[in-house]
Design a protein around this ligand. Structure first.
Ligand code: IMP
Ligand code: MG
Length: 190
């Protein structure tokens, strides 16, 4: 994604400009569509939804509420951001996932965005190794042009350009996560 210069850090994040890319209404209707598709695809089955915190929480909860098939939820925290804005490229999983919670289950991994693909690939491989019956991925956003690892999400909310996106779970150094829209950070010239 667009690297944010190191001098524009947490302290002056407040001066960043945010340009709206996806409205709250569009987010809602897209989540409804995804939930309907997922409910159809898993008809007659029950789902285990694995939400990747922190970013995936907002999308995960909205999706979970709208999915019509029985669904349980698990949560894991995973982060590859050292200083909040630049990815280290090596996602770290915090806390232990219990293999027996996933064995034999139809698992849907939910995250805010698929960027290089490293995070979702790491977690998907792990869940597959736990002996899940099936593993699919739902990412609210996708930046396909940034992909480094061959992986695609099965359910994508929106494809977006290569930018630093915030809101609806996505943060910039911990900020803007709770914005009800998806915005793009515009770095001021000075
Ligand atoms: P990946 O491993 O490169 O696919 O990165 C996935 C993670 O990086 C996501 O779960 C987000 O937490 C974070 N990320 C990637 N792009 C953005 C962005 O534009 N804004 C905020 N966070 C992002
Ligand atoms: Mg994330």
């Amino acid at each position: 994604m667009t690297e944010i210069p190191q001098n524009k850090t947490r302290r002056n994040a407040i001066f960043m400009k945010i340009e709206e890319k996806i409205s709250a209404g569009k987010i809602r209707s897209r989540v409804d569509e995804l939930a309907a598709q997922i409910s159809k695809d898993y008809e007659g089955k029950s789902l285990l939804i694995l939400v990747l915190a922190n970013g995936g929480i907002f999308f995960g909860v909205d999706l979970l509420r709208k999915i019509a098939v029985p669904a349980e939820v698990e949560c894991v925290r995973i982060s590859s951001y050292k200083n909040g804005t630049t990815s280290s490229g090596t996602p770290e999983i915090f806390g232990n996932l219990q293999p027996e919670n996933f064995r034999g289950n139809d698992v849907l991994i939910v995250d805010d965005i698929i960027d290089t693909g490293t995070t979702l690939r790491k977690i998907r491989d792990q869940i597959e190794n736990f002996g899940a019956r099936s593993v699919k991925i739902s990412a609210f956003l996708s930046k396909r042009s940034r992909r480094k690892i061959e992986i695609e999400a099965d359910y994508v909310g929106f494809e977006i350009e290569d930018c630093f996106a915030v809101g609806y779970g996505l943060d910039f150094a911990g900020k803007f996560r709770k914005l009800p829209v998806i915005g793009k950070i515009v770095v001021p010239e000075t």
